[in-house]
Design a binder for this molecule. Structure first.
Ligand code: ZN
Length: 293
């Protein structure tokens, strides 16, 4: 899987090219408006060339003369810039994004590193690659806890899920969490928002439906093991107990536990139901899971 951090890294070359094109454009515009400046800069280049040749030919005594000529020309240029209100840095590269200085990250409220809004394209690509292609319409910016009523309850659950995924707060050591709720209460919506939120914090996250695990390619199963946070939606005892799914999940949970990675299981069944009806190996793990309902 390509993580958001890797996508941001890959965008660096493009940003560098963009800064360069932007600079060239600004310089060309400025020279068009102020031909005298273009001439002075041309003279400066010529002067430096001559000084270099003189130095290569061992006519070092000429260097002093070139030096004072250059200083005079530079002074003239400085005055010209000032008199015409031309910014002194008109010919230097500028950051495309002032918010993050083209690093792709900004500091969040609590000091955490967040992906900058200029990386919107990279974020969208990452959401798609992380199993959320079908949820493009779920936007973090427009998410409201009160959307389906019970604003306070939903806000509380949202905070508990965020803490669980980040390994903060009560039971921070638990690696598996069950988020239980009745059907049609917006569990998927909330889960997608949290999954996208994790990616916005620079983490790798995967969202999948429990049933889809049965037909997953080997490399995607590997991703389930190594992503920072894993979200398994529509988790149900009967589905997870299918031989192949039970086998894969058991391995995935073992690997994730060993590396302290967090998994959120989303189900309409309660923890007790899951523990009593799931495959015995999974039941043991779910018994010790954190519970949010
Ligand atoms: Zn930015």
């Amino acid at each position: 899987m390509i993580t958001i951090n890797e996508l941001i890294e890959m965008s660096k070359a493009e940003l560098e090219a963009e800064r360069n094109i932007d600079k060239d454009y600004r310089v060309a515009e400025c020279y068009r408006k102020f031909p005298e400046l273009a001439a002075m800069d041309g003279d400066l280049v010529e002067l430096r060339k001559s000084a270099m040749i003189a130095s290569l030919e061992g006519r070092d005594d000429y260097a002093g003369r070139f030096g004072s000529k250059e200083a005079a020309l530079r002074q003239k240029r400085e005055n010209y810039l000032r008199d015409n209100n031309i910014p002194a840095d008109f010919d230097s590269e500028k950051f495309i994004c002032d918010k993050c200085n083209d690093t792709g990250y900004i500091a969040g409220k609590d000091g955490t590193r967040k992906v900058c809004s200029c990386m919107k394209e990279q974020l969208e690509e990452c959401y798609d690659n992380s199993g959320m292609r079908d949820y493009r319409s779920v936007k973090l910016e427009s998410y409201r806890n009160g959307y389906l009523g019970d604003e306070a309850g939903r806000k509380k659950r949202m905070n508990m899920i965020l803490s669980a995924c980040l390994g903060r707060g009560d039971n921070a050591d638990k690696d598996i969490w069950i988020y239980q709720g009745a059907p049609q209460t917006g569990k998927t919506f909330l889960t997608i928002v949290v999954a996208k939120g994790m990616i916005n914090l620079g983490k790798s996250a995967i969202y999948c439906k429990c049933e889809a695990i049965e037909d997953m390619e080997e490399e995607n199963i590997e991703d389930l093991k190594i992503c920072d946070v894993l979200f398994i939606d529509d988790f149900a005892a009967d589905i997870s107990s299918r031989r192949k799914i039970a086998y894969i999940l058991n391995t995935v949970f073992e690997v994730r536990k060993a590396s302290g990675r967090k998994t959120l299981i989303v189900s309409y069944e309660t923890q007790n139901q899951l523990v009593s009806d799931c495959d015995i190996r999974l039941a043991g793990k779910l018994k010790n899971a954190g519970y949010i309902s």
